[in-house]
Design a protein around this ligand. Structure first.
Ligand SMILES: Cc1cc2nc3c(=O)[nH]c(=O)nc-3n(C[C@H](O)[C@H](O)[C@H](O)COP(=O)(O)OP(=O)(O)OC[C@H]3O[C@@H](n4cnc5c(N)ncnc54)[C@H](O)[C@@H]3O)c2cc1C
Length: 280
């Protein structure tokens, strides 16, 4: 299929992009990597009157580490994160997740901002950002605001972004020597969206773990934290954590809810092992 007709504008600055979105009163959409948007246009799931291309906005693709926090600009491509020494050192969970996102050609164009704004419930990055207790920077017609990642994902493909908002950056605590992370997913083919996946972070405290955050994807409308399992894992028992898994995935075309719940337990055992091992 071909998309419905649309106009195209190239924003030079963030203000330019916000002005264009405001002028088109909910009829315009931002174009970042285009790896999700163009497919939805072609399938006529979406028919904006204007595409506002933000690829020419400078300064939106940086990666910086300051005051114990790492900040990633919305336009940072998946491939740039995959190759970044700063991401490997300060955001090891993102580094672990990156090779699971689609294929190299898609990672060359797709952006972290696009992935978070699109909010596919089976996508890796939204779950990572929730597991890392991140925050999302947003700029809109009413100025700047910050939303905790846990509050950002509101429903199926639904976020805290309004129609005139641009997601500008994501921030989360930079990893230190106590940081433990784990990541695993099951997909039919490598690079496909996951059937079920798990992104996790914790702090090492002697032989135990504290601040355990287990965030599943592919099991609900948004990234889903398994809070009872987090508490059980912090108490030291992987078996109890698996027993405590309080997930209720629905059946979908890939698997029944019961299969997904079983797979969630399998992933938890794999990820728990990663969390308990010090990083190399
Ligand atoms: C074959 C295929 C396989 C894929 N597999 C995976 C996978 O396994 N895991 C995965 O996570 N993803 C996967 N993707 C999606 C890919 O990661 C996309 O790049 C990503 O989801 C969207 O990023 P983008 O920059 O391409 O955004 P776009 O497609 O340009 O935009 C997506 C949506 O976000 C909005 N948007 C974009 N940037 C911003 C911004 N800064 N502020 C506000 N709104 C914004 C757009 O208006 C649009 O509504 C796959 C894509 C394809 C085509």
């Amino acid at each position: 299929m071909k998309p419905a007709p649309f106009a195209y504008a190239k924003a030079r600055t963030l203000d330019d992009a916000i002005r264009l979105l405001g002028e088109h009163k909910g009829e315009a959409k931002l174009l970042a990597g285009g790896q999700s948007l163009i497919a939805t246009l072609n399938m006529r799931l979406s028919s904006p009157s204007l595409l506002v291309d933000i690829n020419g906005v400078t300064g939106l693709d940086g990666i910086s580490v300051k005051d114990g926090m790492i900040e990633i600009g919305a336009l940072a491509r998946h491939a740039a994160l995959e190759r970044s020494p700063d991401i490997a050192k300060h955001a090891p969970l993102i580094a672990l997740a990156m090779p699971h996102i689609a294929h190299p050609a898609i990672r060359n164009r797709g952006t972290i901002g696009g992935s978070l704004a699109y909010a596919d419930p089976a996508a890796e990055l939204p779950a990572c950002v929730v597991a890392l207790d991140g925050e999302i920077g947003i700029i809109g017609t009413n100025g700047k605001r910050t939303v905790k990642a846990g509050d950002f994902f509101r429903g199926l493909f639904e976020t805290a972004l309004g129609p005139h908002d641009v997601l500008s950056a994501v921030r989360f605590p930079a990893a230190n020597s106590d940081t433990r992370v784990g990541f695993a997913e099951l997909a039919r083919r490598h690079g496909d969206y996951a059937l079920v996946g798990l992104a996790a972070a914790a702090k090492a405290s002697g032989k135990s773990l504290t601040d355990v955050r287990l965030c599943y994807f592919g099991v609900g409308a948004t990234p889903v934290r398994a809070r009872k399992a987090e508490a059980a894992l912090a108490a030291g028992s992987v078996d109890d954590a698996v027993m405590a898994l309080d997930l209720d995935p629905s059946d979908d075309i890939q698997a029944t809810g019961a299969v997904k719940k079983h797979l969630a337990g399998v992933l938890l055992r794999r990820v728990a092992k990663q969390l308990m091992e010090p990083r190399a």
